[in-house]
Design a protein around this ligand. Structure first.
Ligand code: TXD
Length: 318
C-alpha cells in the first residue's frame, strides 16, 4: 500500500480509478484534480466517500480544481485529455487528431506534477498516448522508467478477449501481446499469442486470427462508435490499475507498456509500446523479444508513425 496516489482528470476513466483505488486499498490517501466547474472532482469524490460505508472501505480522499491536492503523491495516473468522438459525418477521428488540444492540457498537467509531486512515478493514459507521454518527459525530465504510458495492457486485453471468445475458452487461458504505438498501426504479436500455453494457431485458423488482429487494431474505435459520446473507460482504468498494482507491490511483472527507449528495438528517445518489467521502480527493464520478419516490419512502421507525431509535438513550443 502506498501513502498517496494522485489521479489527474476525473472524467470517465478517472472516475473508475477513484472508485477502485480505495476499494483495492492501493493507497492510504487518494487525490483527484479536475478543472471542471463548479467542482466536479470534489463532487465525484464525495459521492465515492459517501458510498464507502456500503462498499466497506476507508477512504481519505482529497479533491479539487487545483493541483495542490496532489502534494506528495508517490504515484500519479494522468487521464486529463479529451477523448475521441464520431465526426458529424459519422466517421472517426484518429487519436492523433486530438494532439493539439491535449498538448495544452498536458502542459498544465506537467506543471502540476513538477510543482507538487516531482518524485512520483507517472502512468499516463491520455491520447495520442505515446506522443503525450513524450511531451510529459520533455517537461518532467523524470529518471527513465518512472514515466510510462498505458495502452499495451488494454490492447493486449482486447486481443486476449477476442481470442478467448473465438476459441470458446476462458480468458484466463489466453496470453496475448500488442506492441508499437497506440494507434491504427499497433502490432498484435501472433507469435506470442498462447492458449493454455500452446500456440493460438492450434485453436484458431489463419483467417480467424487475422480478423481478430484487425478488430484489435480498431477496437477503440468500435467502442467509440457504439457509445456515441466518449470512449472506452472501464477497461482502460482496469488496465492502468493492473500496472499500478505491479508497481506498488513490486511484482516484477512483464506487461506491454509505452516506455522510453534507449537503443532497444533500434529506437532512441521515443516512447513506444514494448514489453517492460514493472516493479517498484516503474519500468525497471525493457525486454527485447524476437519477432517474425513480418512482425518486425510492422513494428518499424508503427515506430515511424509514433516518431511522426512526436515531431509534431516538437514543433509546438512549450
Ligand atoms: O488506452 C488508452 N491509453 C486510452 C486512452 C483508452 C481510452 C481513452 N484514452 C484517452 O484517455 C482518451 O482519448 C482521453 O484522451 C483520455 C481520457 O479519457 P476519458 O474518457 O476519461 O475522458 P473524459 O471523460 O473527457 O475525462 C477527461 C477529464 C475531464 O473531466 C476534464 O475536465 C479533465 O480531464 N481535464 C483536466 N483535468 C485536470 N487538468 C486539466 N488541465 C484538465 N483538462 C481537462
Amino acid at each position: 500500500m502506498l501513502e498517496k496516489i494522485g489521479v489527474i482528470g476525473g472524467g470517465m476513466i478517472g472516475g473508475v480509478l477513484c472508485q477502485e483505488i480505495p476499494r483495492r486499498q492501493l493507497a492510504r490517501k487518494l487525490a483527484l484534480v479536475d478543472i471542471m466547474p463548479p467542482d466536479m472532482a470534489k463532487g465525484k469524490c464525495l459521492d465515492i466517500a459517501e458510498g464507502s460505508p456500503v462498499a466497506l472501505f476507508d477512504a481519505q480522499i482529497a479533491a479539487g480544481k487545483t493541483y495542490d491536492v496532489l502534494e506528495g503523491a508517490e504515484l500519479v495516473i494522468n487521464t486529463a485529455g479529451v477523448p475521441r468522438k464520431p465526426k458529424p459525418d459519422g466517421s472517426l477521428p484518429s487519436r492523433e487528431e486530438l494532439l493539439s488540444v491535449n498538448l495544452k492540457i498536458t502542459d498544465q498537467v506537467a506543471e502540476g506534477i513538477n510543482k507538487y509531486c516531482p518524485k512520483a512515478v507517472v502512468i499516463s493514459i491520455a491520447n495520442p498516448l505515446d506522443a503525450i507521454v513524450y511531451r510529459l518527459q520533455q517537461k518532467l525530465s523524470l529518471p527513465r522508467g518512472k514515466l510510462m504510458g498505458m495502452a499495451g495492457v488494454l490492447d493486449s486485453a482486447r486481443y486476449s478477449y477476442f481470442v478467448a471468445e473465438a476459441a470458446g475458452v476462458s480468458v484466463e487461458n489466453v496470453q496475448a501481446l500488442v506492441l508499437g504505438g497506440h494507434g491504427d498501426t499497433m502490432v498484435p504479436i501472433r507469435s506470442a499469442c498462447r492458449v493454455a500455453g500452446l500456440p493460438a494457431e492450434q485453436f484458431l485458423d489463419e483467417a480467424t486470427l487475422s480478423a481478430i488482429e484487425d478488430r484489435t487494431r480498431k477496437a477503440g474505435g468500435e467502442v467509440v462508435k457504439l457509445l456515441g459520446t466518449g470512449s472506452a473507460f472501464v477497461s482502460p482504468a482496469w488496465s492502468a490499475l493492473d500496472m499500478a498494482e505491479a508497481i506498488i507491490f513490486d511484482k516484477k511483472k512483464i506487461m506491454a507498456v509505452s516506455a522510453l527507449l534507449a537503443g532497444e528495438y533500434g529506437v532512441n528517445d521515443l516512447f513506444v509500446g514494448v514489453p517492460g518489467l514493472l516493479g517498484r521502480g516503474g519500468v525497471e527493464k525493457v525486454i527485447e523479444i524476437s519477432l517474425t520478419t513480418d512482425e518486425r516490419a510492422a513494428l518499424d512502421r508503427s515506430i515511424a508513425a509514433v516518431r511522426k507525431t512526436c515531431e509534431e509535438v516538437d514543433t509546438v513550443s512549450a
